[in-house]
Every structure is written in C-alpha cells, then in structure tokens.
Design a protein around this ligand. Sequence first.
Ligand code: AHM
Ligand code: MG
Length: 330
Amino acid sequence: MESSLTLPIGTTLDRFIMRGQEEFPGATGELSQLLRDLALAAKVVHREVNRAGLAGITGAFGAQNIQGEEQMKLDVAANIRFIRALAKGGEVCAVISEEEENMILTGNHHAKYVVAIDPLDGSSNIDIDGPIGTIFSVYRRLSSPGSEPTREDLLQPGRKQVIAGYILYGSSTMLVYTAGKGVHGFTYEQSLGEFFLSHPMASLPADGKIYSCNEGVSNTFPAKVNEYLSLCKERGYSSRYFGALVADFHRSLLVGGVYLYPATAKAPKGKLRLMLECNALAMIAEQSGGKASDGTQNILDIQPLDFHQRVPFYIGSKKMVDEIESMHRS
Ligand code: AHM
Ligand code: MG
C-alpha cells in the first residue's frame, strides 16, 4: 500500500480546468480564465476571512446595502476583490452583486460573459467565526460583443448558466463548480496556495435525513411547509442550520438533506435572491442529482424580472424537494 508520505500531490484547479478545455475543440480559453480569476479572488478573500479578527475587518461597515441590510466590512472587502478580479481578467463585460444596486460595467465591452455574484453570503456568521460563502453564476451575454451590455444580458433564467459555483470558507476552504458536466469540488491547500481536486463528480444523495431551516420563524411559514416539518420530526430526521446557505447546501451535497427558506411574515416573497444566491446552487444541485424549487416550479426555469428578486427556496435531495412540491400542490 502506498504510504501517505508518498501519495501523489493531486490535480490542481488550473490543471483540471485546462483538461476540461481540451475536451472542447475550438475553446478560446476565456471561460477557463474567468474561473481562474474567481479562484484568485477566492484566495484573497480566504486570507481576509482567516485574519479578519486581526486585521480589524470584523464588524459593521457602517452602511446599508440597497435592501436596507447592514453591510459588514468583509462584505464590502469581498465585493471589491471579486469585482476587481473580474474586471481586470477581461473576460466579463458586466457584473451584478448582492452589494450593488445596479449592474456594474467592467469596461470590457468586447467580453462575452456576464456574472451574478453574492461576494460574501451568511454575513451574520463573520463575527462568530462561523462558515460563510461566495456564490457565482456565469452567463453568456445576449447582446453582441463590442456593444454596451444590457440588463437583459443578466436577466436570464438559471437554466442558461454556463458555469455556476460557490466558495465555502469553512473549517477548510472549498471551491465547488459545475460547467454543465457534473460537479467538482476543490479544497484549498493554504501552504501551497492552490485549490486541489478533492470531490470529483460529486453526487448529491437522492434522499436524506436532515432538514435545515430557521425554525425560530416557523410560526409564519406556510401551513404546507409546517406539515412537511412535522413529517420530518415523525420520521426522526435531524435538524441542522448554520444560517449560511453555502454551508447548509454543502452538507446536503455531501450527505443529503434539504434546505428550506419559505416565505415568512418578515420576508413574504422569501429571503433569498434568485439571481445572486439560488440559481447557482440550483444548477449545482441538478448537476449532482439533486433539485431546487420555489415550491411550485424548478428554480432554474424562473424568468428573473429584477436583479435582486427574492424567491421561496427549497434545495437538496431530489426526493425531499419532490415531496415538498407535492405537498404544495395538494
Ligand atoms: P445574507 O445574504 O444577508 O447573508 O443572507 C442570506 C443568508 C443565508 O446564507 C442564510 O441561509 C439565511 O440568510 C439565514 O437567514 P436567517 O437569519 O433569517 O435564518
Ligand atoms: Mg447573500
């Protein structure tokens, strides 16, 4: 048996992307470069997350985002890092971000791609050293390269994503993405400064025994959702909730389960943003055997009308999401 001292070092994200590119004759390498730009920004944010307490970047920034939510210093720092990386990389002509009201034009009018990003999700975990994440979606623009990008370039259903992914800053930092051919996870090796392939062709279990939601506000959930939660309890399922979507979803990806954020009294349309949080995870779920729904339809089929549009969100093991949908129908 091979000693752990001599195990091969593994496949870096860069090498994996290059191999993937070779499968598409005629590929120009722009998407590969875009992914590398995101990975570079992820490394910088990883560093900032890890020393946040020392570098004085925990706590509130002192301003609110356009939804009136308090911005944390790390929210603002991550937003700058990712947008700068995408603008400098040159492959993206426009970006929308949870932290920005309007579309940001990068100045690269000749670029073919647009990006929707939540630079730092689960902000309330920053100051307690809990897991947080970055969520991103890449689309091919609809307008002609060379012209000024339009709102419609971004307002595309999740089905049109060419790449979707997330970065989880947890007990280790992981980058998970799909380009439509399965889902692959990479773990960050800090001392080498590289993401290494650790979860090739991840498969989200078809069924699970964990449900994940903010039960503290369940008295304002729709009755059908509470019926489902009662069923989970009758079956002896476990409840787990980080309060950070990426971390809660990542658990489902690895061991199965369902995450629920229905409409509540405080968030009558749901809390999570279709374009900035839900679509990317929905594509990853589908590509790994899972499913995402708003209770009545597949998240990926919803035509967005607004960059910051919210939806009720159910995601995870297919059987569990199907059951939630059928309870909504009944
Ligand atoms: P944020 O984008 O302001 O961080 O909010 C999104 C987060 C999700 O990551 C998480 O699942 C959810 O909000 C938690 O909300 P709540 O505190 O209402 O349970
Ligand atoms: Mg968010």
